[in-house]
Design a protein around this ligand. Structure first.
Ligand code: ADP
Length: 484
């Protein structure tokens, strides 16, 4: 058992249905601290009966919640923001325990996650509609937006708090009720958020949580249930495409935040200090385990040596280890992740890449991987097509904008991207030419609750955050009124 705050673990951690905590039909599963491989909690393992009960509760609560005054829903969401904001340390410790990211990253995540409650508390009271008449006359058209219904939310392990709140907050603001399946690696944070929502005054049944090791079974069951009208998924493109297929069978409204392969572009006129600072954030936040993580670096040939020297020096200074030791970079989520990344780096070296800088890793049982800079990476190396999900930075050089754009847009992914240039017009022109849903211009962080997060191509469908995030949970209805 980890020495980190045992009191955080509520032995009643279970399936939350209709405001009641119940034991899962499949017994329990272990949650493991990836920094020392100890079991930190045993969580109820939900089965299909639990999945059905969650939809029963969500469907029953929907009848009331959809008609609850927007202001009332807003007040509850705002209270959730305040509770979460007042509980940053405890929630960050919980994230550290099950995910392993550094304490600074975990705290940053909690603050970011809480902001979705605040943002959507504010959006909840600003519903948009329209009123018009048809060109031929004789009618009035009233356009409204109504909640889509019970929403199934499926979240990954890399941001256990923020991926949950980014879905729950707009769903609740729109008047939907939800059934949430957190990743089996990190269910504790989602359960803590659910407790906090109850404390904030969210009525029973509005938020239901089913932790399970049977993800395919539970989520498939939900998508087969005619009462579920929405799926919002964050995770791999592989699973997202399976879920889109299942959603298609019943024509379920789907939002998908899938994999990324973010290019990080440094132009010849970039402020290299800013580029290095941006690269450290874009690459090493959460140990590189973010779908927005810089995955392939394209640095102009005129500045590549200077960039690599400064970036490499910073990478060598990174401390790797358990968050409780104050390390800047924690472990990867699993032994399999370490093995895959080692293989990908090994193949890149065989293809001609060279390891220029590396940080030391502790000789400890956690899933640690050395932060690594790879130079001389051939522009067609397989590593550049692989979503690394770890602290490895492969660097490719380029000379002309045409060459650069061909490389950037060759990917089937299009989530985040980054561009650094002192010439803002040039940076914007390049950014606009990237096939990407998000472009960080002279900064290494794009996530922002007020901005529409999402990708193009195989990186997904739909947006989260901003006004668009609310629209994902509503459907448009119009009333055509006879107007003689
Ligand atoms: P990651 O590589 O980040 O773990 P996944 O796409 O495998 O991404 O997982 C993201 C979420 O999808 C997790 O909650 C996981 O349990 C869930 N999941 C995995 N496989 C399936 C599936 N076949 N059907 C539904 N959900 C799944």
């Amino acid at each position: 058992m980890s020495d980190l705050d045992l009191h955080l673990i509520d032995p009643g951690s279970g399936v939350l249905v209709g405001g009641q905590w119940r034991k899962g039909g499949n017994g329990t599963f272990d949650v493991v601290d990836p920094a020392d491989l100890t079991v930190v909690a045993q969580v109820s393992d939900g089965d299909l009966a639990d999945a059905t009960a969650a939809v029963d509760a969500a469907e029953a609560a929907f009848a009331t919640w959809r008609r609850t005054a927007p202001r009332e829903r807003s007040v509850v969401l705002h209270r959730a923001f305040e509770l979460m904001h007042g509980d940053v340390d405890r929630l960050a410790a919980l994230i550290v325990l099950e995910n392993g990211k550094s304490l600074a990253d975990a705290r940053g995540e909690v603050v970011y996650a809480a902001e979705f409650f605040r943002w959507f508390a504010e959006e909840a009271v600003r519903p948009h509609g329209d009123y018009g008449s048809s060109p031929a006359g004789g009618t009035r058209t009233i356009v409204t937006h109504r909640p889509v219904g019970v929403a199934a939310l499926v979240t990954p392990w890399n941001f256990p708090a923020a991926m949950a709140t980014r879905k729950i907050a707009p769903a609740l603001a729109a008047g939907c009720t939800v059934v949430l399946k957190p990743a089996a690696e990190t269910p504790l944070t989602a359960l803590a958020v659910a407790r906090l929502l109850a404390e904030a005054g969210v009525p029973d049944g509005v938020v239901n949580v089913v932790p399970t090791t049977d993800a395919a079974g539970v989520v498939g069951h939900w998508l087969g249930d005619p009462r579920v009208r929405k799926i919002s998924f964050t995770g791999s493109t592989r699973v997202g495409s399976i879920l889109l297929g299942q959603a298609a069978e019943r024509v379920v409204n789907a939002s998908m935040e899938l994999g990324g392969n973010a290019p990080f572009v440094v132009a010849d006129d970039a402020d290299l200090d800013a580029a290095v600072a941006g690269a450290m954030v874009a690459k090493f936040r959460g140990g590189g385990q973010a779908c927005t993580a810089a995955n392939r670096f394209y640095v102009h040939a005129d500045v590549v040596d200077a960039f690599v020297e400064r970036f490499g020096a910073e990478v060598e200074q990174l401390t790797v280890g358990p968050a409780r030791s104050g390390a800047a970079v924690g472990p990867l989520i699993s032994a399999a992740a370490v093995e895959t990344l080692a293989d990908v780096v090994g193949d890149a070296v065989v293809a001609g890449a060279r390891i220029s800088h590396q940080a030391p890793v502790p000789d400890a049982p956690g899933h640690f991987f050395a932060p690594t800079v790879l130079v001389d990476v051939p522009a067609d190396a397989a590593i550049l097509d692989h979503e690394l999900f770890g602290p490895v930075a492969p660097i490719v050089t380029w000379r002309t904008d045409e060459e650069l754009l061909a490389l950037v847009n060759a990917s089937e992914m299009g989530l985040a991207s980054y561009v650094f240039s002192r010439d803002l017009q040039r940076a914007i022109r390049l950014g606009e030419a990237f096939d990407a849903g998000m472009v960080g211009v002279n900064r290494g962080l794009v996530s922002d609750p007020s901005a529409p997060f999402g990708g193009v191509k195989q990186s997904g469908l739909g947006r989260e955050g901003a006004r668009e995030g609310l629209a994902e949970y509503t459907e448009t209805q119009y009333l055509s009124v006879d107007w003689p």
